[in-house]
Design a binder for this molecule. Structure first.
Ligand code: IFM
Length: 458
């Protein structure tokens, strides 16, 4: 197989605001739902919070210099809504906008293309107090936020992502309680998912007004959903999970309708007590607004078993871990073939104009050895095998145009806190020292040469 990527392939690194910025109450930033969530005793595995995180708010210039030394061509970051509109709507906080202005100008001066994500989970707490994503008025607030940000940065940011992983926001945040705002209600999760999608469609229109030449997309967390056994029950369960995770979001976006089998499944599970009454006339047309690319965040596959999880009373199936399997520190199976299969399948089912891997990476704990360097060989292997998977997809005709490694920096991994390290740059959270790991050096060679040939798996 050809080990060279197409000319013009975008090589990037990704982060998100809440996970790296810190400066939680600086320059007028308001509290977000994740600040509130992290304050609850026991909600963050290692008891950490993101008040300082990687202190990127103050060290962004140093972090741009790191990206320059890696040689990456693009940087995917997110804009903290509570920095721009501290209570969610109303007058924009100029100091917050100024920060992203400096960041974008710094990136452009360094020859790095900014890719801005609008919503990467940090909803202003004031909006949550009014019902958050379950309240349709949050869609209007998101439109205000999009106006403020794209109005200020749209002359320089040429790539926009409306939402990051709306399944996590709706299901992990509203049905499973594993993410902020920590709710456990499937009906709320499905209402929230619709409002997220509607806000996506409306935001696309706003960005097109403020940045007419920009490319706009949305990012989903994608897994290849496979049955745990050949049994019919497991096949059905895998298809249901695929429906909940992928088709529930992409069918409205690309086909202008919710998938009937998934509606029926949610109804059977009692998750739609009032049917689909939250879908108003015209909503699906707005959600179906054309976009320029589909962002894919891929980490692992989902092996699905039909049996109920005993401790999670509202889940009718289990996501199993195959045995034996190679696992990352998240307990996620290393399964690069699933990335090829997912890209090929999404391309066939939805025919997006372009696909971009907007996140891929692995959590491994290894830090500096006695003589300094961080030998994260397993992350090197993970990245290389997933880039091979990208090449296989391209060879099958998938219009894959870029890859963003998650993540530039070790950072605040949501409910796991600082304990799970995804960075290709190691961060000492006490001193804020940064050290490029072996994976960062390897990635640097790859992005400079546009090929993975010469990178040996360990
Ligand atoms: O850290 C997260 C990121 O915020 C969203 N996608 C998955 C990553 C790893 O869990």
């Amino acid at each position: 197989m050809d080990e060279v990527f197409p000319n013009g392939f975008v090589w990037g690194v990704a982060t998100s605001a809440f996970q790296i910025e810190g400066a939680h109450d600086t320059d007028g930033r308001g509290p977000s739902i994740w600040d509130t969530y992290a304050e609850q005793p026991g909600f963050i595995e290692d008891g950490s919070n993101a008040h300082v995180a990687c202190d990127h708010y103050h060290r962004y210039a140093e972090d741009i210099a790191l990206m320059t030394s890696l040689g990456v061509g693009a940087y995917r970051f997110s804009v903290a809504w509570p920095r721009i509109l501290p209570t969610g709507r109303g007058a924009a906080n100029v100091a917050g906008l100024d920060f992203y202005d400096r960041l974008v100008d710094g990136l452009l001066a360094a020859g790095i293309a900014p890719w801005a994500t609008l919503y990467h989970w940090d909803l202003p707490q004031a909006l949550e107090d009014e019902g958050g994503w379950t309240n349709r008025s949050t869609v209007d607030a998101f439109v205000e936020f999009t106006h403020a940000v794209s109005g200020r940065l749209g002359d320089r940011v040429a790539h926009w992502i409306t939402h990051n992983e709306p399944w996590c926001v709706s299901v992990l945040g509203h049905a499973q309680g594993a993410h902020a705002p920590g709710k456990r209600s499937w009906p709320d999760a499905l209402v929230a998912s619709h409002h997220l999608l509607l806000s996506h469609g409306r935001a696309v229109e706003v960005i097109r007004e403020n940045a007419p030449r920009a490319k706009i997309g949305i990012t989903l967390n994608v897994s290849e959903c496979e049955p745990a056994s050949p049994s019919e029950a497991d096949h059905i369960a895998a298809r249901q999970f695929d429906g909940e995770l992928i088709r529930w979001f992409l069918d409205p976006i690309y086909l202008g309708r919710y998938p009937n089998d998934v509606i029926e499944y949610h109804e059977r599970e009692g998750r739609l007590p009032r049917g689909m009454d939250f879908v108003k006339a015209g909503d699906l047309e707005e959600i179906n607004t054309p976009i320029d690319f589909l962002g894919v965040n891929y980490y692992s596959r989902a092996v699905v078993r039909s049996a109920t999880i005993p401790e999670a009373d509202n889940e009718p199936r289990t996501i199993a871990v195959p045995d034996p399997a190679e696992l990352t520190d998240m307990g996620w199976e290393v399964y690069p073939k699933g990335l090829t299969h997912s890209l090929v399948r999404l391309n066939a089912d939805y025919e997006p104009a372009s696909l971009v891997v907007t996140e891929n990476g692995a959590a491994y704990a290894m830090g500096p050895g006695p003589d300094g360097p961080v030998q994260d060989t397993r992350r090197c292997d993970y990245v290389k095998s997933h880039l091979e998977a990208c090449l296989a997809a391209i060879a099958s005709g998938v219009p894959l145009h870029g890859y963003f490694l998650w993540s530039l920096l070790d950072n605040f991994e949501w409910a796991f806190g600082n304990a799970k390290r995804f960075g290709i740059v190691w961060v000492d959270f006490e001193t804020q020292e940064r050290i490029i790991k072996a994976s960062g050096h390897m990635y640097s060679r790859i992005v400079r040469t546009n090929t993975i040939s010469g990178e040996q798996a360990a």
